[in-house]
Design a protein around this ligand. Structure first.
Ligand code: FES
Ligand code: FE
Length: 410
Protein backbone atom coordinates (compact mmCIF):
# COMPACT_ATOMS: atom_id res chain seq x y z
CA UNK A 1 0.00 0.00 0.00
CA UNK A 2 1.20 3.48 -0.68
CA UNK A 3 -0.36 6.71 0.41
CA UNK A 4 0.31 10.23 -0.72
CA UNK A 5 -1.69 13.17 0.45
CA UNK A 6 -1.18 16.24 -1.64
CA UNK A 7 -1.56 19.80 -0.47
CA UNK A 8 -4.40 21.91 -1.72
CA UNK A 9 -3.16 24.08 -4.56
CA UNK A 10 -3.89 27.70 -5.34
CA UNK A 11 -5.25 26.52 -8.65
CA UNK A 12 -8.06 24.80 -6.81
CA UNK A 13 -9.05 27.93 -4.92
CA UNK A 14 -12.23 28.45 -6.86
CA UNK A 15 -13.40 25.03 -5.70
CA UNK A 16 -12.73 25.58 -2.03
CA UNK A 17 -15.60 24.74 0.26
CA UNK A 18 -14.93 25.01 3.96
CA UNK A 19 -18.32 23.48 4.80
CA UNK A 20 -19.68 21.87 1.67
CA UNK A 21 -23.44 21.61 1.52
CA UNK A 22 -24.93 18.39 0.15
CA UNK A 23 -25.94 18.80 -3.48
CA UNK A 24 -29.26 17.88 -5.05
CA UNK A 25 -29.09 14.62 -6.95
CA UNK A 26 -30.66 16.31 -9.96
CA UNK A 27 -27.75 18.77 -10.09
CA UNK A 28 -24.95 16.21 -9.75
CA UNK A 29 -24.33 15.75 -13.46
CA UNK A 30 -20.57 15.63 -12.77
CA UNK A 31 -20.89 13.71 -9.53
CA UNK A 32 -20.36 14.67 -5.90
CA UNK A 33 -17.25 16.58 -4.88
CA UNK A 34 -15.13 15.78 -1.83
CA UNK A 35 -15.31 12.01 -2.22
CA UNK A 36 -12.84 9.25 -3.01
CA UNK A 37 -13.20 7.58 -6.43
CA UNK A 38 -11.50 4.51 -7.90
CA UNK A 39 -9.30 5.77 -10.70
CA UNK A 40 -7.50 2.81 -12.25
CA UNK A 41 -5.80 -0.46 -11.37
CA UNK A 42 -2.35 -0.55 -9.76
CA UNK A 43 -1.06 -2.52 -12.72
CA UNK A 44 -2.01 0.34 -15.06
CA UNK A 45 0.82 2.55 -13.85
CA UNK A 46 4.36 1.27 -13.44
CA UNK A 47 7.32 2.99 -11.80
CA UNK A 48 8.11 6.36 -13.52
CA UNK A 49 5.14 5.94 -15.85
CA UNK A 50 2.76 8.86 -16.44
CA UNK A 51 -0.97 8.39 -16.99
CA UNK A 52 -3.83 10.79 -17.58
CA UNK A 53 -7.36 10.46 -16.44
CA UNK A 54 -10.57 12.45 -16.47
CA UNK A 55 -12.53 12.27 -13.24
CA UNK A 56 -15.66 14.33 -12.59
CA UNK A 57 -14.75 16.60 -15.49
CA UNK A 58 -11.21 17.26 -14.19
CA UNK A 59 -8.10 16.29 -16.16
CA UNK A 60 -5.59 14.61 -13.87
CA UNK A 61 -1.97 13.63 -14.43
CA UNK A 62 -0.62 10.69 -12.41
CA UNK A 63 2.90 9.42 -11.94
CA UNK A 64 4.42 6.63 -9.87
CA UNK A 65 7.53 7.83 -8.06
CA UNK A 66 9.43 5.42 -5.79
CA UNK A 67 6.35 3.24 -5.57
CA UNK A 68 3.93 5.99 -4.64
CA UNK A 69 1.41 7.39 -7.10
CA UNK A 70 1.00 11.16 -7.12
CA UNK A 71 -1.66 13.13 -8.97
CA UNK A 72 -1.84 16.77 -10.06
CA UNK A 73 -4.14 18.74 -12.31
CA UNK A 74 -3.18 18.27 -15.94
CA UNK A 75 -2.98 21.97 -16.77
CA UNK A 76 -0.10 24.39 -16.50
CA UNK A 77 -0.70 27.45 -14.33
CA UNK A 78 1.21 29.73 -16.71
CA UNK A 79 -1.03 29.69 -19.76
CA UNK A 80 -2.95 26.48 -19.49
CA UNK A 81 -0.98 23.99 -21.60
CA UNK A 82 -2.12 20.44 -20.92
CA UNK A 83 1.01 18.63 -19.73
CA UNK A 84 -0.16 15.29 -21.10
CA UNK A 85 -0.09 16.66 -24.66
CA UNK A 86 3.72 16.36 -24.44
CA UNK A 87 4.88 15.46 -20.96
CA UNK A 88 8.51 16.12 -20.06
CA UNK A 89 10.09 14.81 -16.86
CA UNK A 90 13.74 15.84 -16.37
CA UNK A 91 13.82 14.49 -12.82
CA UNK A 92 11.74 11.64 -11.46
CA UNK A 93 9.60 13.89 -9.27
CA UNK A 94 8.93 16.81 -11.62
CA UNK A 95 6.75 17.61 -14.57
CA UNK A 96 7.97 20.33 -16.93
CA UNK A 97 5.57 22.16 -19.17
CA UNK A 98 6.67 21.66 -22.75
CA UNK A 99 5.48 25.16 -23.74
CA UNK A 100 7.65 27.56 -21.67
CA UNK A 101 9.28 25.20 -19.19
CA UNK A 102 7.45 25.93 -15.91
CA UNK A 103 8.43 22.98 -13.75
CA UNK A 104 6.39 21.53 -10.88
CA UNK A 105 6.84 18.93 -8.17
CA UNK A 106 4.59 15.91 -8.57
CA UNK A 107 4.50 15.40 -4.82
CA UNK A 108 2.73 18.61 -3.86
CA UNK A 109 2.22 20.46 -7.16
CA UNK A 110 4.49 23.37 -6.21
CA UNK A 111 6.29 25.36 -8.89
CA UNK A 112 10.02 24.68 -8.54
CA UNK A 113 11.50 26.51 -11.51
CA UNK A 114 11.02 28.73 -14.58
CA UNK A 115 13.78 28.65 -17.24
CA UNK A 116 13.35 32.29 -18.30
CA UNK A 117 12.89 33.70 -14.77
CA UNK A 118 14.73 31.64 -12.14
CA UNK A 119 14.25 34.34 -9.48
CA UNK A 120 10.48 34.60 -9.99
CA UNK A 121 8.47 35.16 -6.84
CA UNK A 122 5.99 32.62 -8.12
CA UNK A 123 8.48 29.82 -7.46
CA UNK A 124 7.56 28.04 -4.24
CA UNK A 125 4.24 29.87 -4.06
CA UNK A 126 2.25 28.72 -7.06
CA UNK A 127 0.83 25.21 -6.74
CA UNK A 128 -0.99 22.91 -9.08
CA UNK A 129 -4.04 21.33 -7.53
CA UNK A 130 -2.76 18.12 -6.03
CA UNK A 131 -5.01 15.09 -5.46
CA UNK A 132 -4.63 12.69 -2.53
CA UNK A 133 -4.11 9.14 -3.77
CA UNK A 134 -4.44 5.83 -1.93
CA UNK A 135 -3.66 2.39 -3.26
CA UNK A 136 -5.27 -0.77 -1.89
CA UNK A 137 -6.06 -4.26 -3.16
CA UNK A 138 -4.68 -3.55 -6.60
CA UNK A 139 -6.67 -0.37 -7.14
CA UNK A 140 -5.89 3.34 -7.04
CA UNK A 141 -8.30 5.75 -5.37
CA UNK A 142 -8.20 9.52 -5.94
CA UNK A 143 -9.84 12.13 -3.73
CA UNK A 144 -11.53 14.79 -5.85
CA UNK A 145 -12.18 17.71 -3.57
CA UNK A 146 -10.83 20.38 -1.29
CA UNK A 147 -11.10 18.95 2.22
CA UNK A 148 -7.66 18.86 3.74
CA UNK A 149 -7.11 16.36 5.18
CA UNK A 150 -9.63 14.33 3.21
CA UNK A 151 -12.07 12.05 5.03
CA UNK A 152 -10.97 8.40 5.41
CA UNK A 153 -11.17 6.37 2.21
CA UNK A 154 -13.08 3.70 4.15
CA UNK A 155 -16.00 6.12 4.48
CA UNK A 156 -16.43 6.04 0.70
CA UNK A 157 -16.09 2.31 0.15
CA UNK A 158 -18.55 -0.55 0.09
CA UNK A 159 -18.51 -2.86 3.13
CA UNK A 160 -15.73 -5.39 3.42
CA UNK A 161 -13.57 -4.10 0.59
CA UNK A 162 -10.60 -3.36 2.81
CA UNK A 163 -10.96 -6.45 5.01
CA UNK A 164 -7.64 -8.24 5.30
CA UNK A 165 -9.07 -11.65 4.50
CA UNK A 166 -10.96 -10.45 1.41
CA UNK A 167 -8.99 -11.11 -1.75
CA UNK A 168 -9.93 -8.67 -4.51
CA UNK A 169 -9.44 -9.22 -8.22
CA UNK A 170 -10.09 -6.03 -10.19
CA UNK A 171 -10.66 -7.16 -13.78
CA UNK A 172 -12.75 -4.78 -15.84
CA UNK A 173 -12.83 -1.05 -16.57
CA UNK A 174 -14.37 0.74 -19.50
CA UNK A 175 -15.79 4.11 -20.39
CA UNK A 176 -19.55 3.92 -20.84
CA UNK A 177 -21.51 6.54 -22.78
CA UNK A 178 -24.00 7.40 -20.10
CA UNK A 179 -24.15 9.74 -17.15
CA UNK A 180 -23.04 8.00 -13.94
CA UNK A 181 -26.47 8.45 -12.32
CA UNK A 182 -28.22 6.26 -14.88
CA UNK A 183 -25.93 3.40 -13.89
CA UNK A 184 -26.14 4.08 -10.15
CA UNK A 185 -29.93 4.27 -10.27
CA UNK A 186 -30.11 0.87 -11.94
CA UNK A 187 -27.26 -0.69 -9.98
CA UNK A 188 -29.22 -3.55 -8.53
CA UNK A 189 -32.86 -2.66 -8.54
CA UNK A 190 -34.22 -6.05 -9.32
CA UNK A 191 -36.61 -5.01 -12.03
CA UNK A 192 -33.79 -4.26 -14.42
CA UNK A 193 -32.85 -7.94 -14.37
CA UNK A 194 -35.36 -8.23 -17.21
CA UNK A 195 -32.33 -7.41 -19.42
CA UNK A 196 -30.46 -10.45 -18.09
CA UNK A 197 -33.13 -13.05 -18.84
CA UNK A 198 -31.19 -14.63 -21.72
CA UNK A 199 -27.66 -13.84 -20.60
CA UNK A 200 -25.02 -16.56 -20.83
CA UNK A 201 -24.18 -16.32 -17.15
CA UNK A 202 -27.69 -17.50 -16.27
CA UNK A 203 -27.35 -20.47 -18.61
CA UNK A 204 -23.92 -21.28 -17.26
CA UNK A 205 -24.62 -20.80 -13.59
CA UNK A 206 -28.09 -22.29 -13.67
CA UNK A 207 -29.25 -19.99 -10.94
CA UNK A 208 -32.86 -18.91 -10.58
CA UNK A 209 -32.41 -15.22 -11.29
CA UNK A 210 -35.87 -13.68 -11.60
CA UNK A 211 -36.30 -11.06 -14.27
CA UNK A 212 -38.42 -8.87 -12.07
CA UNK A 213 -39.70 -8.65 -8.55
CA UNK A 214 -42.95 -7.44 -7.06
CA UNK A 215 -43.02 -5.85 -3.61
CA UNK A 216 -44.64 -8.28 -1.19
CA UNK A 217 -45.98 -5.67 1.16
CA UNK A 218 -47.77 -2.37 0.61
CA UNK A 219 -44.62 -0.64 1.77
CA UNK A 220 -41.90 -1.37 -0.80
CA UNK A 221 -39.28 0.29 1.44
CA UNK A 222 -39.55 -2.35 4.16
CA UNK A 223 -36.79 -4.53 2.73
CA UNK A 224 -34.13 -1.84 2.88
CA UNK A 225 -31.54 -1.28 5.60
CA UNK A 226 -30.29 2.30 5.64
CA UNK A 227 -26.67 3.10 6.54
CA UNK A 228 -26.72 6.68 7.81
CA UNK A 229 -24.48 6.47 10.89
CA UNK A 230 -20.68 6.73 11.00
CA UNK A 231 -18.84 5.20 8.03
CA UNK A 232 -20.04 4.72 4.47
CA UNK A 233 -23.49 6.04 3.62
CA UNK A 234 -25.92 4.01 1.59
CA UNK A 235 -28.43 1.21 1.90
CA UNK A 236 -28.78 -2.53 1.57
CA UNK A 237 -31.53 -4.40 -0.21
CA UNK A 238 -31.71 -8.02 0.92
CA UNK A 239 -34.49 -8.87 -1.52
CA UNK A 240 -36.50 -10.49 1.27
CA UNK A 241 -39.68 -8.55 0.81
CA UNK A 242 -40.39 -9.37 -2.78
CA UNK A 243 -42.07 -11.95 -4.95
CA UNK A 244 -39.68 -13.07 -7.70
CA UNK A 245 -41.15 -13.04 -11.20
CA UNK A 246 -40.04 -15.64 -13.74
CA UNK A 247 -42.84 -15.41 -16.28
CA UNK A 248 -44.56 -12.54 -18.01
CA UNK A 249 -47.80 -13.16 -19.86
CA UNK A 250 -48.52 -10.68 -22.63
CA UNK A 251 -52.03 -10.48 -24.02
CA UNK A 252 -52.79 -7.97 -26.70
CA UNK A 253 -55.49 -8.11 -29.32
CA UNK A 254 -55.72 -11.79 -30.25
CA UNK A 255 -52.18 -12.71 -29.32
CA UNK A 256 -51.00 -14.34 -26.12
CA UNK A 257 -47.33 -14.89 -25.37
CA UNK A 258 -45.46 -15.93 -22.24
CA UNK A 259 -41.92 -14.57 -21.80
CA UNK A 260 -39.79 -16.71 -19.52
CA UNK A 261 -36.51 -16.34 -17.71
CA UNK A 262 -33.76 -18.56 -19.15
CA UNK A 263 -33.62 -20.61 -16.00
CA UNK A 264 -36.92 -20.95 -14.25
CA UNK A 265 -37.12 -22.63 -10.83
CA UNK A 266 -40.84 -23.09 -11.38
CA UNK A 267 -39.95 -25.79 -13.91
CA UNK A 268 -36.37 -26.67 -12.88
CA UNK A 269 -34.57 -27.17 -9.61
CA UNK A 270 -32.41 -24.23 -8.64
CA UNK A 271 -29.66 -24.59 -6.09
CA UNK A 272 -29.91 -21.15 -4.55
CA UNK A 273 -32.65 -19.04 -3.17
CA UNK A 274 -32.41 -15.56 -4.68
CA UNK A 275 -33.01 -14.22 -1.18
CA UNK A 276 -29.47 -15.23 -0.17
CA UNK A 277 -28.02 -12.30 -2.09
CA UNK A 278 -27.92 -8.74 -0.90
CA UNK A 279 -26.85 -5.52 -2.54
CA UNK A 280 -25.38 -2.44 -0.89
CA UNK A 281 -25.15 0.83 -2.78
CA UNK A 282 -22.72 3.28 -1.19
CA UNK A 283 -21.79 6.90 -1.74
CA UNK A 284 -20.31 8.17 -3.90
CA UNK A 285 -20.99 5.52 -6.59
CA UNK A 286 -20.17 1.96 -5.51
CA UNK A 287 -22.15 -1.29 -5.34
CA UNK A 288 -21.44 -4.53 -3.51
CA UNK A 289 -23.59 -7.48 -4.51
CA UNK A 290 -23.48 -11.12 -3.50
CA UNK A 291 -22.47 -13.59 -2.36
CA UNK A 292 -23.23 -15.64 -5.44
CA UNK A 293 -24.30 -19.21 -4.97
CA UNK A 294 -22.52 -22.12 -6.61
CA UNK A 295 -23.00 -23.57 -10.02
CA UNK A 296 -24.28 -27.10 -9.29
CA UNK A 297 -21.27 -29.39 -9.53
CA UNK A 298 -18.74 -26.58 -9.04
CA UNK A 299 -18.53 -25.73 -5.33
CA UNK A 300 -15.54 -23.43 -5.90
CA UNK A 301 -17.82 -21.04 -7.75
CA UNK A 302 -19.65 -20.16 -4.52
CA UNK A 303 -19.32 -17.12 -2.30
CA UNK A 304 -17.95 -14.58 -4.74
CA UNK A 305 -18.92 -10.97 -4.14
CA UNK A 306 -18.96 -8.37 -6.87
CA UNK A 307 -17.79 -4.81 -6.31
CA UNK A 308 -18.47 -2.25 -9.00
CA UNK A 309 -18.37 1.50 -9.48
CA UNK A 310 -19.89 4.06 -11.83
CA UNK A 311 -17.28 6.81 -11.70
CA UNK A 312 -18.28 10.13 -13.26
CA UNK A 313 -16.00 11.07 -16.18
CA UNK A 314 -17.96 13.94 -17.68
CA UNK A 315 -21.60 14.85 -18.23
CA UNK A 316 -22.25 11.97 -20.62
CA UNK A 317 -19.73 9.29 -19.63
CA UNK A 318 -18.82 7.21 -16.62
CA UNK A 319 -16.09 4.66 -16.00
CA UNK A 320 -17.49 1.25 -15.16
CA UNK A 321 -15.11 -0.68 -12.93
CA UNK A 322 -15.65 -4.26 -11.75
CA UNK A 323 -13.80 -6.36 -9.18
CA UNK A 324 -14.64 -9.75 -7.75
CA UNK A 325 -13.78 -10.74 -4.23
CA UNK A 326 -13.74 -13.75 -1.99
CA UNK A 327 -12.72 -14.43 1.58
CA UNK A 328 -9.53 -16.46 1.73
CA UNK A 329 -7.49 -17.91 4.56
CA UNK A 330 -4.20 -18.60 2.79
CA UNK A 331 -2.02 -17.48 -0.06
CA UNK A 332 -2.81 -20.66 -1.96
CA UNK A 333 -6.53 -19.89 -1.78
CA UNK A 334 -5.85 -16.35 -2.95
CA UNK A 335 -3.91 -17.65 -5.95
CA UNK A 336 -6.77 -19.96 -6.86
CA UNK A 337 -9.25 -17.08 -6.68
CA UNK A 338 -6.98 -14.92 -8.83
CA UNK A 339 -6.65 -17.71 -11.39
CA UNK A 340 -10.36 -18.55 -11.50
CA UNK A 341 -11.48 -14.95 -11.88
CA UNK A 342 -8.93 -14.04 -14.53
CA UNK A 343 -9.28 -17.18 -16.63
CA UNK A 344 -13.00 -17.81 -16.32
CA UNK A 345 -15.33 -15.60 -14.33
CA UNK A 346 -14.16 -12.31 -15.74
CA UNK A 347 -15.29 -13.35 -19.22
CA UNK A 348 -18.54 -14.98 -18.22
CA UNK A 349 -19.43 -12.25 -15.77
CA UNK A 350 -18.81 -9.38 -18.13
CA UNK A 351 -19.62 -10.69 -21.61
CA UNK A 352 -22.35 -12.94 -20.29
CA UNK A 353 -24.02 -10.49 -17.95
CA UNK A 354 -22.71 -7.00 -17.22
CA UNK A 355 -22.42 -6.08 -20.90
CA UNK A 356 -26.22 -5.99 -20.82
CA UNK A 357 -26.10 -3.38 -18.06
CA UNK A 358 -23.79 -1.25 -20.19
CA UNK A 359 -26.15 -1.51 -23.14
CA UNK A 360 -29.14 -0.56 -20.99
CA UNK A 361 -27.38 2.46 -19.50
CA UNK A 362 -26.13 3.73 -22.85
CA UNK A 363 -29.56 3.21 -24.37
CA UNK A 364 -31.12 5.48 -21.78
CA UNK A 365 -28.65 8.34 -22.03
CA UNK A 366 -30.42 10.29 -24.77
CA UNK A 367 -33.58 10.83 -22.73
CA UNK A 368 -31.62 12.16 -19.76
CA UNK A 369 -29.40 14.52 -21.72
CA UNK A 370 -31.99 16.45 -23.71
CA UNK A 371 -31.75 20.17 -23.16
CA UNK A 372 -34.45 21.80 -21.12
CA UNK A 373 -35.21 18.81 -18.93
CA UNK A 374 -34.07 18.31 -15.38
CA UNK A 375 -32.66 14.89 -14.57
CA UNK A 376 -35.56 12.52 -14.11
CA UNK A 377 -38.25 14.94 -15.21
CA UNK A 378 -39.52 12.67 -17.96
CA UNK A 379 -39.63 9.55 -15.81
CA UNK A 380 -42.81 7.83 -14.67
CA UNK A 381 -41.76 6.02 -11.51
CA UNK A 382 -44.02 3.67 -9.58
CA UNK A 383 -43.77 1.73 -6.33
CA UNK A 384 -41.43 -0.77 -7.99
CA UNK A 385 -38.89 2.07 -8.14
CA UNK A 386 -38.46 2.29 -4.37
CA UNK A 387 -34.81 1.29 -4.85
CA UNK A 388 -34.11 4.23 -7.16
CA UNK A 389 -35.93 6.69 -4.94
CA UNK A 390 -34.21 5.48 -1.77
CA UNK A 391 -30.78 5.81 -3.37
CA UNK A 392 -31.50 9.31 -4.65
CA UNK A 393 -32.80 10.47 -1.29
CA UNK A 394 -29.79 9.10 0.61
CA UNK A 395 -27.29 10.38 -1.93
CA UNK A 396 -28.79 13.87 -1.80
CA UNK A 397 -28.72 13.85 1.99
CA UNK A 398 -25.20 12.58 2.60
CA UNK A 399 -22.99 13.75 -0.26
CA UNK A 400 -20.18 16.23 0.48
CA UNK A 401 -20.96 18.82 -2.16
CA UNK A 402 -21.57 19.50 -5.81
CA UNK A 403 -18.90 19.01 -8.46
CA UNK A 404 -18.81 21.82 -10.99
CA UNK A 405 -16.67 22.22 -14.07
CA UNK A 406 -13.18 23.47 -13.22
CA UNK A 407 -13.43 27.23 -13.35
CA UNK A 408 -17.22 26.99 -13.46
CA UNK A 409 -19.58 28.80 -11.17
CA UNK A 410 -21.44 27.05 -8.38
FE1 FES B 1 3.12 26.06 -19.38
FE2 FES B 1 3.69 28.40 -20.43
S1 FES B 1 1.86 27.26 -20.63
S2 FES B 1 4.94 27.14 -19.22
FE1 FE C 1 -27.65 -5.83 -14.15
Amino acid sequence: MSVSTGARGLAGANHEQAHPEPARYEDAVLGFRNHWYPAMFSSDIRETEIKTLKLLGEDILLKRVDGHVYAVRDECLHRGFQFSAKPECFTKNTITCWFHGFTYSFKDGSLVGIPSDPESKLIGKLKLHSYPVEEHKGMLFVFVGDLNPPPPLADDLQPGFLDEDRYIVPFHQEEVASNWRIAADSASEFNHTFIHKEDDLIHYWRQPLPFAETPRSDNPYEGFTLHEGPGPKGFTDSFTDVIPVFEFKIECDDEVEVVRSAYNPMTEQGSLSVQAIDATLTLPCGLRIGPWGANPGDPASADYVQYEWYVPVDETHHRYIIAWAKKVSSEVEALKVEHDVRTRWSYIAYDGFNASDVRANEGSQRAYSEDGYEFGEKENLSRIDAYVLTWRRLAAKHNRGLQVRYGGKK
